[in-house]
Design a binder for this molecule. Sequence first.
Ligand SMILES: Nc1ncnc2c1ncn2[C@@H]1O[C@H](COP(=O)(O)OP(=O)(O)OP(=O)(O)O)[C@@H](O)[C@H]1O
Ligand SMILES: [Mg+2]
Length: 290
Amino acid sequence: MRIIAIANQKGGCGKTTTSVNLAVALAEKSKRTLIVDFDPQGHSTIGLGYDPDKLSKTIYDALMKAQIGLSNIIVDTKVERLDLAPSNVLLSGAEIELVSVVGREFVLTERLKTIKDKYDICVIDCPPSLSLLTLNALVASTDVIVPVQVHYYAMEGLKQLFETAGIIREHLRPCEVKILGLLLTFVDKTTLLSKQTQKQMREYFGDLVFDTVIHRSVRLAEAPSTGEPIFTYAPESRSAAEYRALAEEIINGKTSTEQKVNGEASVEQIINDEALSEQKIEGQALVRRQ
Ligand SMILES: Nc1ncnc2c1ncn2[C@@H]1O[C@H](COP(=O)(O)OP(=O)(O)OP(=O)(O)O)[C@@H](O)[C@H]1O
Ligand SMILES: [Mg+2]
């Protein structure tokens, strides 16, 4: 089972929107897919039509009460082949309770092992922090997708996230997590700033940036309140096509060994590149001033 964490400690950059719509697109492409809502805000849970306050069992129970078992908290969705491990505010308690657990970074890894034959792909919607929950998600994952909102502070926090992935690989074995790609979100072709930020991101991060970008879209913003993914809310929209293209890129494009190796090399290069924190952020500031 391939496990893809959607992570960026920056809030509101499109993690949940990407998790939900990517998961649906993967399921549409015949992949047996599980989405793990790993955020106490429960936004993926809401986006797939569940009320977080009315759930009898959530990912919190699977995480903190080993006897319950992950398969017992998983619910189905309206989408064929897509299941959900739902979440609600109780998950914030796990953040504190996990601190005293032996092997606290590996709890989600252990739980996911129990269902690995049931699904082809698992997508994890991470909270907006580099917390113990996010660490659990990263350690459990084979890949990370980082949604990046193309705006003033697009690069903020990326270096820290890359470093965290590197530290995890180095110190928390066995763990092979790789940054699969940066996904540009809230792209707006009508603004110069969006165009420049996009260009800059491609210059700095090269192949690590997905070809697919997600444009700013009212439909995408409206969909969660209806409990529907974009594919049923606005099936013919550009956003639906974009998330389909992203799923395609993930299934076909970004999985080759060559690309992984290249991607890996560029991540290491970027981490070691002082410019990312110095000039490049300054470059960002230049864009900001225009
Ligand atoms: N491409 C887009 N165009 C317009 N609105 C969007 C787009 N992507 C997401 N949104 C909206 O922006 C808000 C933030 O998106 P989302 O919840 O996906 O971000 P997030 O990274 O999961 O946030 P958090 O850090 O709080 O978990 C939501 O209201 C969502 O509907
Ligand atoms: Mg979210």
